[in-house]
Ligand binder design. Structure first.
Ligand SMILES: *[C@@H]1O[C@H](CO)[C@@H](O)[C@H](O)[C@H]1NC(C)=O
Ligand SMILES: *[C@@H]1O[C@H](CO)[C@@H](O)[C@H](O)[C@H]1NC(C)=O
Length: 117
């Protein structure tokens, strides 16, 4: 009985490891709960008039840098990450009470701002 109990978690661990290994080349967590990148009415800012904001996500993944590619990198990185973020392609400033917020009018999957820095 004692040994049967300890085998369970071990099998679970092995299964998890196999699962991770199998799915490694296209490691992709972005589509879990990932909604399409679209304009959505903001619940927070919409008062008298609707305010739209881009919401949703595009795509992101990270994978080990292929050796061939690494040779050509200025700063070789072991992990390459790629991402596209749902950002506003056009917007205009509107005032809601005392806040200035951006009313988005178009969205696209573009470079993530934090990647540009
Ligand atoms: C925001 O833009 C939408 C159209 O894209 C417009 O209908 C709405 O009235 C605008 N909201 C404000 C507060 O200007
Ligand atoms: C990248 O991998 C190399 C060898 O594979 C290792 O020497 C180096 O420390 C790693 N760099 C980082 C930032 O993990």
């Amino acid at each position: 009985m004692g040994s049967a109990k300890s085998v369970g978690p071990l099998i679970f661990l092995l299964a998890t490891l196999l699962y991770i290994t199998n799915s490694y080349p296209d490691l992709d967590f972005s589509h879990i709960g990932c909604e399409e990148c679209t304009l959505k009415k903001s619940k927070v800012f919409s008062r008298d008039q609707p305010i739209f904001q881009c919401q949703g996500c595009c795509f992101s993944r990270a994978y080990p840098t292929p050796l061939r590619v690494k040779k050509f990198m200025m700063n070789p990185k072991n992990i390459t990450s790629e991402a596209a973020c749902c950002t506003a392609s056009s917007s205009h400033e509107v005032k809601v009470k005392n806040f200035v917020v951006r009313n988005h009018t178009g969205c696209y999957c573009g470079t993530c701002i934090y990647h540009k820095i």
